[in-house]
Ligand binder design. Sequence first.
Ligand code: ZN
Ligand code: ZN
Ligand code: ZN
Length: 343
Amino acid sequence: MYTRELTRIDPIPYNYSGIGYTFPPISVNYKFREEAQVLNVIAVAEEEGIFNTTFHDRIYLCTNCHTGFMSFREVCPKCASSNSESQDIIHHFRCGYVAPLSDYSNAIDDQMNCPKCNKQLRHIGVDYDKPSVLHSCRNCGHKYQDFVVKAKCVSCSFDNEVDQLVYHEVKSLEITKKGELVATHGYVSTSKDLEEIIGTVKMDVFRTMLRYEIERLKQTEGHSNIAGVFISNAGEFYSKIGSSMERALLKDLVEVIRGNIRTSDMITFKDSSTLLLSMNDIPQKVGENIMEEIVQLILKLLNTNFPNLNIQIKYAVKQVHAKLNHELQIQQLLQQVYTDVQS
Ligand SMILES: [Zn+2]
Ligand SMILES: [Zn+2]
Ligand SMILES: [Zn+2]
């Protein structure tokens, strides 16, 4: 975005966007049904201080599929059918009788006669008024005065209760100074860059190896662990040191870890701020001690190279469970890493 010299993005109303608005350079990456995610991405970027935002509009999205095209209809409060007819309620001033229009009409002419006092009703405002409307449901026969409004989703057909629709704010975005820095010196966030760092394996390989390890643990008595290291202020940190320095730093980081684990253990980048590694065939306690040492070494390395930048590192070690799915265990570890403040 920054590279195209855009510093401001205004949402544009757009038929072919799932949420009814498009953010030109951002939305192109999303499919119709996934476009609500654009709002999440913007929210995260705003939190990170990449954008300043101003309110533009409010939208309501389907509670089932999160798209924004809905048909609002008045429906029967009893059976939710939109198949209904409506007629005026007539109030005859002279005798006070109140009934739907059909009670005053006849089949022969268009005169209105009061069924109670038999007098003819001529002038609205003089003889009678119409205080309300009566609706009759053609589906269930229910008669009612107050409609319920429902919003049927055009994409998935789910009929939403209007008061349960979740609203989202659509905002105009302006890139901040920090955002410009991230865009120009940026994160090494492409997975290709990360994969090229020697001593690491791809995330897929890591997953597969963990699956094998789980199978192996079912047969043996051993203990194995997975561990995660997370640089919690990576965005800020990387934007200050620039991308070539960032790459060099990540290489050093991998080297430090490599030097403290076995050759058979694996290291992978989940993203440019999170590293995962395996520590097979050692008790969790030992794994924790090793990780603590590794983190101290990393901090020492960083504080020597960037004495003025305060890097924050979180980590966790989790014993591999022989009965749980590998993906679940990775998620549990990440959750621990992201929430635990250990250093
Ligand atoms: Zn829907
Ligand atoms: Zn009357
Ligand atoms: Zn009905």
